[in-house]
Write a protein that binds this ligand. Sequence first.
Ligand code: PLP
Length: 340
Amino acid sequence: MDAYVPGFQPPDITSWIKLNTNENSYPPSPKVVEAILAELGTDGARLHTYPSASSQELREAASRVYGFDPSWIIMANGSDEVLNNLIRAFVSEGEEIGYVHPSYSYYSTLAAIQGARVRTFALKEDFRIADFPERYSGKLFFLTTPNAPLGPAFPIEYIKELAQRCSGVLVLDETYADFAEGNALELVRSCENVVITRSLSKSYALAGMRLGLAIARPEVIAALDKIRDHYNLDRLAQAACVAALNDQPYLKNMCRTICTTREWFTSQLRLIGYDVMPSQGNYVFATPPDRNGRRVYEALFEQKILVRHFSDPILVHGLRISIGTPEEMKATLTAITEIG
Ligand SMILES: *Cc1c(COP(=O)(O)O)cnc(C)c1O
């Protein structure tokens, strides 16, 4: 099998403008730092005991944020962990998972580990899935919404229709939903085969803590609970998670700022002839006028500005650029303008 290749993390990270892995350029809530330090104490005296196995406090905090009973929520060591466990719980060797191409290719790596088959579906011009069967019989279908790397989200009515056409589980990877105008949380209640995954990596600026979660019916959560590592979240991550979830004003303010910057950056790129897809995430997919994404990627790299270029033929013409601070985006725009 092929390994998943994460975005490049330069060793001298502070000398780069790093816009290649959709991390948040802002720090997390100060309350997160306080909570981690409090958990650590002066002598790290709590670290010799195991963390909570149930992550109960986190699930209660998540329950207040998302409006679901804690029995509908499972916490994960990054949403990647719960994506993996969804496949482990629902898919046996030789069975099928599906997802949209382009989206998050890690689904395919996770499927390969379990010996599952993978079927990908293209997107049409109208941003609907091409040739989606009237009845899709794969065990799991992953829908990344908002779509990464392209940016648009799928309308709720369309997602509902997909849920009805899936005989297995429809997993909505809502990693970027905090930057979007809406989300599909209501479908977890109304459709019994819908699971939603969320991440604290991007919107909460906690990629380094590895925190994610899934929301689904209690019987699905119970199945996921059985197969996870019992101490999947360490003490510091648990403390950080509760503090982050409890500081909603900080999250909302940061997301609002990033969305404003995204709209500004999008309009500026369009003024210099770039084709930019309307995005609901903290990134844009932008195509230079000569449709040579690699050329612009390399010229930016020379200037220590790191964006994401995919060699995949359907993405090779463009760049995925994460939305950082206004200063970072101004510098990036200036560099792009000079590169021409
Ligand atoms: C970043 C990302 C993830 C992984 O999130 P973690 O919580 O950091 O594991 C999952 N899905 C998509 C679409 C992502 O972009």
